[in-house]
Design a protein around this ligand. Sequence first.
Ligand code: GLP
Length: 245
Amino acid sequence: MIRTICTQNYDEMSLQTANKIIQLVNEKKNCTLGLATGSTPIGTYEALIKAYEENRVDFADVTSINLDEYKGLAPTHPNGYRYFMDNTLFRYININPYNTYLPDGLEMDPAKACSEYDHIIEQYGPIDLMLLGIGLNGHIGFNEPADHFSTGTQLVDLTESTIQANVRFFNTLEEVPKQAYTMGIQSIMSARQIVVLASGEAKAQIIHDAFTGPITPFVPASVLRLHPNVTLIGDEAALHLYLNK
Ligand code: GLP
């Protein structure tokens, strides 16, 4: 059963999510957070920074493991996820940069990149709280619709819809990477607690489908209904079809 928190707007969604994370970090100083990129968690990260500045939370002993990274993008590439995390959250809080992990986008050998990341997940896991956004096609991390649920870290070919959704961050369609490394579904499902964020009308249909339709790898987020501790936090615009409002 998915616990659902429907907020009036994006800011309230962000605040509630940040408070959940703050509570966890205060209870377990050396916890492992699973973190996501995309536009949806930005407000949550801003609220975490504010809480840190106000001495309400201390990230000194926290480890973070992100979901994914584009293959071929350097850590300094402004559209890469390492750059995003560094400049949206990490540099503004006291997390130890050496304790923040993302797949190595510059590793051209997929087998090596994936096994190294699986090793990190094994070493620092289980993830205490996994934060997730959701793609328009139901992807989580970069686990695109497929005929099976993935297990460990894998290299994926991004679908046309994902490439189109990401073009807004790049100058041209050609610049959008066509492949990414992503944490596998089984690794995501191994987290002790999962928090899924959704904001805006554009996500209303996929939230409805993922949480009321069949549980199938063709809608990867639907698998979350099999996890014992998932909280969906979304604004009314994203949740109204699901909640039948
Ligand atoms: C990308 C990321 C996902 C994210 C999704 C949705 O594909 N790999 O982790 O959930 O985008 O992004 P947004 O939050 O911008 O809608």
